[in-house]
Design a protein around this ligand. Structure first.
Ligand SMILES: [Zn+2]
Length: 64
């Protein structure tokens, strides 16, 4: 089970996203162009899920 996980393009610039690793083995998904990204997660799937979700937020979504 080493299939490549698909990341949606950046919601801001449409750039290619990648899974980055940072301190203490945390993972985050980041845009290769504008540098935006998720916060850091211990589980890479959480980072990927967060990234893939945020792009689906409609522009006029109400704020909490
Ligand atoms: Zn971007």
């Amino acid at each position: 089970m080493n299939s490549k996980i698909k990341l949606k393009p950046c919601p801001f610039c449409g750039g290619e996203a990648y899974l980055g690793e940072s301190w203490e083995n945390t993972k985050s998904v980041q845009c290769s162009i504008c540098g935006c990204g998720t916060r850091h997660f211990l589980n890479k799937l959480d980072a990927i899920e967060t990234w893939n979700k945020r792009i689906n937020v409609p522009e006029n979504s109400s704020k909490k």
